[in-house]
Design a protein around this ligand. Structure first.
Ligand SMILES: *[C@@H]1O[C@H](CO)[C@@H](O)[C@H](O)[C@H]1NC(C)=O
Ligand SMILES: *[C@@H]1O[C@H](CO)[C@@H](O)[C@H](O)[C@H]1NC(C)=O
Ligand SMILES: [Zn+2]
Length: 416
């Protein structure tokens, strides 16, 4: 009798370990601090990395809303803080699990595409099929490896002679849960290869392209199989805390005060040293081999609907701030034309929050690449990371419109 009981309970524990994290009745709240003290209180809550609170966006200045997911047992606590500390709040999602379930079904489409979110295998198999379809144009690049031993899979696209051509580097899904980012960059890659529009063909054929749609594959797989809200890498740092934020881990402005966290349990953990994460180390080694040829480096994240310019660690503007800002304004104007989606433009520091050790800081800082941008794609918090699959294609289309515009505006500007 006892034997069976013990056997049975072991079974339950084991199976709960291997199952997925659930978010039943987790709430997403939009919290707006209205004083400096309120901002400080939110910062502290974010820094404390307490169980039950997950910041979907980061604390910025007074008046900037922050999306916070809270577990049902701590929802009252958050409401208390809001009441005591001069903040206003609104409930956006009352049951996060419902959206996770909705995002998954129905899986009608077979194979790779843009009507639902793809698995890492589906993405990588599609990427690996490209050199066969475009033998003299696409070559596969498999970088060794992540903490869990996965390759980082990308491609180089080059039409004809590469003499005198500038290169463009595109990177996404460094944050695991931001699935729309790799959906968008695979779409852009597909357009570069298949579009028959003459201005797209010109853009495609006059550059060398590097696309790395999933640069944090360990985290991405974990977000798809174990915990939909996973953001970081999967390097184990303490008994309870896993992962560093791979976009606070690059060796430029790393560890600037207040711009990342030294707490391994934090979602903003910068890692024990620059490039401590195998995925950022590997990717940066590759970027070094092409960095001096780049005309553009564009990274994709979600969500916020902003087009960001370096830097995030300092209020100082770049040498070519005015140019990149003006191009950015034109690009988001073009983006809005198709579906009316509104983006803001500015430096990370000016329009978001202080952040350091990101990939675009490093690229801009080291190589002085002329065009360096980060897209924070749809939406502004209604669904956050759980952007419904029906919005994938519209997001891809409008983003691609603006992506093309960035280059058109740039070449117009430097010719005049
Ligand atoms: C990856 O590792 C394999 C085997 O160790 C090696 O043959 C290959 O050249 C490496 N690739 C890169 C891009 O470093
Ligand atoms: C071709 O692409 C450009 C740039 O995205 C766009 O402005 C133009 O309308 C497109 N032309 C056609 C015929 O679709
Ligand atoms: Zn991100």
């Amino acid at each position: 009798m006892n034997f069976y009981l013990i056997f049975f309970s072991c079974f339950i524990v084991r199976s709960s370990f291997s199952s997925e994290v659930r978010y039943d009745n987790y709430k997403l709240l939009n919290v707006t601090p209205s004083t400096l003290q309120a901002v400080e209180a939110l910062r502290e809550l974010e820094r404390s990395a307490s169980l039950g609170f997950d910041f979907w966006s980061h604390t910025g200045p007074v008046g900037q809303p922050v999306e916070i997911m809270v577990s049902p047992d701590r929802a009252d606590e958050l409401q208390d803080i809001v009441k005591r500390r001069e903040m206003s709040s609104a409930m956006i999602i009352d049951n996060v699990q419902k959206l996770i379930d909705a995002e998954r079904s129905p899986r009608t489409q077979k194979g790779f595409g843009w009507t639902r979110y793809n698995t890492l295998d589906e993405i990588n198999n599609w990427i690996k099929s490209l050199p066969e379809q475009y033998p003299s144009i696409v070559s596969l690049i498999e970088l060794n490896g992540t903490y869990e031993g996965r390759p980082i899979v990308g491609v180089k696209v080059s039409y004809g002679s590469s003499k005198d051509k500038k290169s463009v580097f595109v990177e996404s899904n460094i944050h695991a849960r931001e699935w729309i980012s790799s959906a968008t960059t695979t779409y852009i890659l597909n357009e570069i290869l298949t579009s028959t529009n003459s201005s797209v063909r010109k853009l495609a054929e006059e550059h060398i392209w590097y696309f790395f749609p999933v640069v944090n594959p360990d985290g991405f797989v974990y977000s798809q199989t174990r915990d939909r809200m996973w953001r970081k890498t999967r390097v184990r740092y303490s008994r309870f805390c896993v992962g560093a934020d791979p976009n606070r881990n690059w060796d430029y402005s790393w560890n600037v005060r207040g711009a990342s966290s030294d707490n391994p349990c934090s979602e903003l953990y910068r890692g024990p040293k620059p490039f401590s994460e195998p995925c950022t180390k590997t990717l940066s080694e590759f970027i070094k081999t092409v960095g001096s040829e780049l005309v553009a480096y564009i990274s994709f994240h979600s969500f916020a609907q902003v087009l960001l310019i370096p830097y995030g660690h300092t209020p100082q503007h770049l040498d070519n701030y005015d140019l990149t800002y003006d191009i950015g304004l034109k690009a988001v104007e073009v983006l809005a034309q198709r579906y009316g989606t509104r983006y803001r433009v500015g430096t990370i520091y000016d329009i978001m929050y202080i952040a350091a050790g990101g990939s675009i800081e490093w690229v801009k800082g080291i190589f002085k690449t002329p065009l360096v941008y980060t897209y924070e794609l749809r939406d502004k918090g209604r669904y956050g990371f759980l952007l419904p699959p029906q919005q994938i294609i519209p997001t891809c289309e409008e983003t691609f419109d603006s992506f093309v515009a960035i280059f058109q505006e740039y070449y117009k500007a430097i010719k005049s």
